[in-house]
Write a protein that binds this ligand. Structure first.
Ligand SMILES: [Zn+2]
Length: 116
């Protein structure tokens, strides 16, 4: 697994440059060096994946997204599967945050949707 130091996303080893920002991928991120990660969930599409990461980071949970991008993206924002990884020690906390996200999504549209 390789990481983009800018986006803090992970990709499979064959990929050398970040598909999002073009930065050269690295073997590991210094800030994650002493952290053991565990899989939290699979997410469809970058929008929701980034939403989850935002919430996790707001709560000081170290996390990153893993995806296997194809060379030509399908419809932007759709069809890409992401796996969210979090600090194993904070997995339970991350799960309850994830439940909150799922609940709020069912009840109301995201706040950003209305202002744009
Ligand atoms: Zn990047």
């Amino acid at each position: 697994m390789k990481f983009c130091p800018d986006c803090r996303s992970a990709y499979k080893d064959e990929i050398e440059k970040c598909p999002d920002c073009g930065t050269a991928l690295v073997e590991k991120l210094e800030e994650f060096e002493n952290i053991e990660f565990a899989e939290l969930c699979d997410v469809e599409g970058p929008f929701k994946a980034n939403l989850i990461v935002d919430v996790l980071e707001d709560n000081d949970i170290e996390c990153y997204l893993y995806s296997e991008p194809v060379h030509i993206y399908p419809i932007p924002g759709e069809g890409i599967q992401f796996t969210v990884y979090v600090n194993r020690e904070k997995l339970e906390q991350a799960k309850s945050l994830l439940e909150d996200i799922e609940k709020s999504e069912e009840m109301e549209p995201l706040p950003d949707d209305e202002s744009t």
